[in-house]
Design a binder for this molecule. Structure first.
Ligand SMILES: [Zn+2]
Length: 377
């Protein structure tokens, strides 16, 4: 059966007063403080810590005397891998690590080093997710069918009634599936979710394959040579499950919660119901902003509102920008929602439960009999 035609990207209504007011306030902050919008030395130091953590854990894993010790090291590999994604490649992929393009490119390549394609991620994350958060049928980050139902406009299946219980298992497969399946599917199909992916050159395709070969080398070949294929598979299962779960839950606590809006992709020619800035605020929350460890490890992704409104600003500035942005939102009657970590987790669980137990469709009301006097007339 031929694949359905790709969906056309929806359009937004024209910007209202909110976006210019936000931009003016953030511009004023950087003008007054004289700070650069990029990450600077703090980000460089963080990248060194994350990379040392990752390769140190990997060395401990492959040089471990037995599978039990290697399994412990694999947990550390998974946590470090997610940390590189949050704190190194994410800023680089947005062009926020540095004023120098080549430094951003190097930082973005951190994703290729740990198994995902930075080229395909750019389209999936910067073009689709950031432009159209929680638009069902467009935002690939909430497309978890058939396993999970994230929004009201996604088909409900009987097993979704248990998704608030089995979601950790589904999240644990995210990283491994991405590494060994998703990028290849996008390359072969030319699609990212329901959208047409940009055409890639032969050189770009060769570059993706070269990085994937390198990843398969450190993930499977070297552990098999030093130990056995069972060792390689078990350690891969552990580190990919840890990194997949951590990456998924961080995303979900910001976007897949009770407070977030989910919208069906509008029909061709129709626009989304809100302006771009308002959509970011309607679909995103901050969590645990006062937790310094989470703020450091998550690369500021617990400040997703600030990130979605200003993705070109490095995450090291989000804690300072948050109260300024909230002030503008309050003045314009726009939401700026913050939860504690456990508050956001509870909200995510309730959202999963609600999506798994949709309200039964109300039967259509029976037609009212026509008034007698009208019939008599
Ligand atoms: Zn982002």
């Amino acid at each position: 059966m031929p694949a359905a035609s790709p969906v056309v990207k929806p359009k937004y209504p024209k910007h209202g007063e909110l976006r210019p007011a936000l931009v003016e306030r953030v511009d004023r902050y950087f003008a007054e403080t004289g700070k650069s919008r990029s990450g600077g030395f703090r980000l460089f130091a963080k990248a060194v810590v994350m990379l040392t953590w990752f390769w140190g854990s990997y060395a401990a894993m492959v040089l471990a005397p037995n599978l039990a010790w290697a399994s412990l090291a694999a947990i550390s590999v998974g946590l470090a891998l997610a940390g590189i994604g949050f704190s190194v490649m994410h800023d680089g992929g947005h062009g926020a690590s540095s004023r120098h393009t080549w430094i951003n490119r190097v930082a973005a390549r951190g994703l290729d080093m740990i198994g995902g394609s930075s080229l395909l991620w750019h389209f999936k994350h910067n073009i689709i997710h950031h432009q159209f958060p929680n638009v069902e049928g467009i935002d690939d980050d909430i497309a978890a069918e058939p396993w999970l139902r994230m929004g009201n406009h996604t088909e409900h299946r009987w097993f979704h009634r248990g998704q608030h219980l089995y979601f950790p298992l589904a999240y644990s497969f995210l990283s491994g599936k991405w590494l060994v399946f998703d990028d290849f599917r996008s390359m072969l199909s030319g699609r990212m979710g329901q959208l047409e992916a940009p055409k890639m050159s032969k050189l770009q395709a060769a570059e993706i394959l070269a990085w994937k070969t390198l990843t398969f080398g450190w993930a499977f070949v070297l552990p098999t040579v030093l130990h056995s294929w069972v060792f390689a598979l078990v350690t891969f299962a552990i580190w990919s499950a840890v990194s997949g779960f951590v990456m998924a839950i961080v995303f979900q606590l910001a976007h897949c919660v009770e407070e977030a809006d989910f919208t069906a992709a509008p029909a061709k020619g129709e626009r989304l119901p809100q302006t771009w800035a308002r959509r970011q605020l309607d679909t995103t929350i901050d969590f645990a902003p006062n937790n310094p460890f989470l703020t450091w490890y998550l690369g500021g992704l617990n400040f997703q509102i600030e990130h979605h409104l200003f993705p070109l600003v490095s995450h090291v500035h989000y804690p300072a920008l948050r109260p300024l942005i909230k002030e503008v939102c309050d003045a314009h009657g726009a939401p700026h929602v913050t939860r504690s970590f456990f508050g956001a987790l509870g909200s995510h669980l309730r959202h999963l439960y609600r999506m798994g137990h949709p309200e039964p469709q109300q039967p259509a009301a029976p037609a009212q009999p026509e008034p007698l006097q009208k019939l008599a007339a």
